[in-house]
Design a protein around this ligand. Structure first.
Ligand SMILES: Cc1cc2nc3c(=O)[nH]c(=O)nc-3n(C[C@H](O)[C@H](O)[C@H](O)COP(=O)(O)OP(=O)(O)OC[C@H]3O[C@@H](n4cnc5c(N)ncnc54)[C@H](O)[C@@H]3O)c2cc1C
Length: 465
């Protein structure tokens, strides 16, 4: 009898924890992900501001799972999932592939939403991937470099104004870090301006930063940010972004155009487009953020062989956080193992256990909310430090991160400050290529021809071409 074949799409928290939870099951697992690494998104802001290097938060998935012999890992982008034929259509570089499955776990996560203003993305990158963080790092540090050679005071002011849109954890962390970078790390390094003059504006339509942490911690966050020198503009909507400025509208209707070079988008998520492709096939629905409205056992309505976990699922207000992905992945893995081995599952209905939320504001200052327990300041920061270290994949990365943090927190130094033009321009340059130009470059790199003929011979699963 052939082994039950589970295809997992994505190597984030959902994908990785689903694979790990199936380690002892009698299944063959194929993980298809469009990045070769597992990404610890909560620390992306530290890569963007030069504290950590990319590798420290994104170990190769192959390395993380190398001892788990029932998993094969394939680098590729899933384009579609045919739920009737039970086939995943994907491509790797320019090669078209198909993989059949018995059960599929879709853990493709969510991307950035610009709320219908997609042109903002050109000027205000989001923060979802390593590429995003490196692009932002290049934009942030190059603003200081340009200020050093600029002579026009108005231009210098523009270069030294940073606008972060979105006052959730990512926005708060980014705003706090850019201020600390300017005020402490870069102190005394430039000859023609004072980096501590840098303005950091944090804008959001809500009334308080970190509003999901409650009023007390929201107020505490606002005070701590202002003490750092961040201008907190809550109750403020960003209505336009171009290369030179950000336009903001306050609650009273007044508009202000703030000249600034570097903008960061940390507002809004949009479920991966694979979600809609799934629901369209079975007549199910996605929510307003494009996440799949799943059944209580996290299956796609009408398909008990298709599970959706993590940020891409929409179920009973489960938040888009790491624990939501981890818990849903483990729940689904147990259901699959139970089906394959003929035992009863531990639970048949998914219940999310809220383990709390936390965010750092600056060095030694964080907020933690666990049920009724609200912590802030140094104790909260220690809790944040401990927990984040615990969840970074791989002992090597944990150790490296700990050393980096020690150096950075004790001395204000940041050792990952290198920037390149490729990091800064790569995304926008790639968007300008048409398909022929892209294919030409691709084939010159790997001698990969565009394979339009789709693969055949799909039998027991695995990658067929
Ligand atoms: C900047 C930032 C900060 C955060 N901070 C926190 C925090 O402090 N605490 C917390 O709990 N949560 C935090 N989160 C949320 C947390 O990271 C997510 O909830 C979690 O990563 C969701 O896991 P996931 O597996 O569903 O999706 P992801 O981790 O996004 O993984 C998606 C995977 O799918 C792959 N993929 C996507 N599309 C395709 C495709 N078409 N084909 C193949 N593969 C594909 C991706 O490459 C990736 O491997 C943060 C998120 C961000 C972006």
């Amino acid at each position: 009898m052939t082994q039950h074949h589970v295809v997992i799409i994505g190597s984030g928290f959902g994908g990785l924890f689903a694979a790990k939870a199936l380690k002892k099951s009698n299944v063959k697992i194929t993980m298809i992900a469009e990045t070769s690494h597992h990404l610890f998104q909560p620390l992306l802001y530290q890569v963007a501001t030069g504290i950590l290097s990319a590798g420290e938060i994104s170990p190769a998935t192959r390395e993380v799972l190398h001892r788990q012999h029932n998993v094969e890992i394939l680098l590729g982008t899933v384009e579609d999932i045919d739920v009737e034929a039970k086939i995943v259509h994907w491509s790797s570089l320019n090669r078209k592939k198909q993989t059949s499955y018995d059960t599929v776990i879709v853990a493709a996560g969510a991307g950035q939403s610009y709320f219908g203003n997609d042109h903002f993305a050109t000027y205000a990158p989001g923060m979802k991937t390593i590429d995003d963080a490196l692009e932002l790092r290049a934009r942030i540090f190059s603003a200081f470099e340009l200020a050093e050679i600029e002579e026009d005071p108005a231009e210098i002011e523009k270069l030294l104004t940073f606008v972060v849109v979105g006052a959730g954890p990512t926005g708060v962390e980014m705003a706090g870090q850019i201020r600390e970078l300017a005020d402490k790390t870069l102190r005394g390094e430039y000859r023609n301006f004072d980096p501590s003059d840098a303005r950091v504006i944090l804008a959001d339509g809500v009334d308080l930063p970190l509003s999901q942490f409650g009023e007390k911690l929201g107020n505490r966050t606002k005070t701590a940010l202002e003490k750092l020198g961040v201008e907190v503009r809550t109750g403020t909507l960003v209505t336009e972004i171009d290369e030179h400025s950000v336009t903001m509208r306050a609650k009273d209707g007044s508009e202000e155009v703030v000249p600034c070079a570097c903008k960061v988008w940390a507002a809004g998520v949009q479920g991966n487009p694979l979600g809609k492709k799934l629901t369209d096939q079975v007549g199910a629905e996605v929510d307003r953020a494009g996440r799949v409205l799943v059944n209580a056992d996290l299956t796609l309505p009408g398909r008990d062989d298709v599970f959706v976990v993590g940020d891409l699922m929409s179920y009973k207000n489960v938040p888009g956080v790491a624990q939501g992905a981890i818990q849903s992945a483990r729940f689904v893995a147990d259901l699959i193992d139970a089906r394959v081995s003929g035992r009863e599952p531990r639970r048949t209905v998914f219940e999310y256990k809220d383990k709390g939320s936390m965010a750092t504001i600056s060095k030694f200052e964080a907020v933690v909310s666990i049920g009724k327990l609200k912590l802030s300041g140094f104790i909260a920061w220690m809790a944040w430090l401990f927990l984040h270290l615990l969840y970074i994949a791989g002992f090597k990365n944990q150790l490296a991160t700990l050393v980096r943090w020690f150096v950075s927190f004790m001395s204000n130094n940041r050792s990952a400050r290198n920037i390149t033009n490729q990091q800064m321009l790569g995304r926008l340059a790639l968007q300008k290529l048409d398909k022929d130009e892209f294919d030409e470059i691709m084939s010159s790199v790997h001698n990969v021809q565009d394979e339009t003929a789709e693969s055949k011979n799909i039998d027991e699963g695995g990658a067929e071409s």
